[in-house]
Write a new protein. Structure first.
Length: 95
């Protein structure tokens, strides 16, 4: 009975909070990068910003996944739940 109650409680909390989908992008390089985040397909949204050395942006690519392009031409698709750092001008996953 306790196991059933715990499962119901967890399910209720998960529904109230929702899934934890949000990419964090950190800049581990000593240069500022222009970042373009493209979410969705076709009529998706495009967000651009500068990410300075040592700074991070959170809550990118929520739920839908996205493509991130750096000003140096590097581009990659993400699911939306990663912790990503820019190192030597490339994307590196932090797990």
């Amino acid at each position: 009975m306790k196991l059933k109650l715990a499962a119901i409680t967890f399910s209720t909390v998960f529904l109230l909070v929702g899934p934890a989908f949000a990419l964090t992008l950190s800049n581990g390089d000593e240069v500022t990068y222009g970042v373009t985040v493209i979410t969705g397909q076709g009529d998706g949204t495009v967000e651009t910003f500068d990410l300075e050395s040592g700074f991070s942006m959170e809550n990118l690519c929520e739920e839908t996944g996205c493509t991130i392009r750096l000003s140096n031409g590097v581009e990659k698709e993400f699911k939306g739940d990663e912790d990503v750092e820019i190192i030597d001008g490339q994307f590196a996953l932090n797990n």
